[in-house]
Design a protein around this ligand. Structure first.
Ligand code: T5A
Length: 222
């Protein structure tokens, strides 16, 4: 826990990643409450942010209401992050801890999982270079079979087991390439409470470790 009013300087940038229905939004909500109750300033952002004009194009695509070339939709997902990048950096500099539900890692692996020969993982990562670098990425690990049993699975474009299995493998490949990043895997196949306990312990450590006088880094090439 944190003593109220003792933290000055910048906030931490915390990303939560995982397959569809891994429990990301549930854990982000839990984390927001946990940090607020600990006296910290918090903002919670979800990508895709479906409220912007780019986000509405993405939403239509995910619901199957429009068709787009694989490269075009990929670049829209990335543009959706770039349109919030400056405000994320400003919040962090102002001492706000920012929790992000899906980020560049999802961006790269979901597009690469389409197995389009002209859309490699490296190609998919390139537009992410220069975006704010998370201080911590929590990967909620669950099997595609377990995720499929959870509420609402199957409603959107990528929610099928073939795609989710490829995504899971590609997350591993991408994380192995992220030298110098703090990426932690949490077993998300357990109860909400057990997962939340691990999440709060890891995030508490991260916030204590971030040097309040340091600047946020930027994502780099492999
Ligand atoms: N995408 C995204 C890209 O292709 N490129 C990109 O750049 C980005 C950012 C939509 C899609 O877009 C793709 C990836 C996705 O396919 P989304 O809106 O984040 O992305 O969609 P989902 O990941 O499907 O988000 P969900 O909200 O549906 O899943 P969550 O957040 O992982 O899961 P959550 O917390 O909503 O929980 C789902 C269900 O499981 C239960 C919950 O109560 C809920 O019913 N649950 C648990 N049940 C048992 N035990 C637990 N521990 C549980 N945790 C949650």
């Amino acid at each position: 826990m944190f003593a109220k009013g003792t933290r000055r300087g910048r906030g931490a940038l915390i990303v939560v990643e995982g397959l569809d229905r891994a429990g990301k939004s549930s854990q982000c909500e839990y984390l927001r409450n946990f940090l607020e109750e600990s006296g910290l300033s918090v903002k919670y952002i979800r990508f895709p942010d479906r409220t912007t004009s780019i986000g509405r194009l993405i939403d239509g695509y995910l619901r199957g209401q429009s068709q787009l070339d694989d490269h075009s939709i990929h670049l829209l997902f990335s543009a959706n992050r770039w349109e919030l990048a400056k405000s994320i950096e400003a919040d962090i500099a102002n001492g706000i801890n920012v929790i992000i539900d899906r980020y560049s890692y999802s961006g790269a692996v979901y597009s690469a999982a389409k197995a389009n020969p002209s859309l490699s993982l490296e190609w998919a990562w390139t537009p992410e270079i220069g975006l704010p670098q998370p201080d911590l990425c929590l990967f909620l690990s669950i099997s595609p079979e377990e995720a499929a049993k959870r509420g609402g699975f199957g409603g959107e474009r990528y929610e099928n087991e073939t795609m989710q299995s490829r995504v899971r493998d590609l997350f591993k490949t991408l994380f192995d390439l992220q030298r110098g990043s703090d990426i932690r895997t949490v077993d998300a196949g357990r109860s909400l409470e057990e997962v939340s306990q691990d999440v709060s312990n890891i995030v508490t450590e991260c916030i204590a470790r971030v040097d309040p006088a340091s600047s946020l880094g930027k994502l780099t090439s492999f």
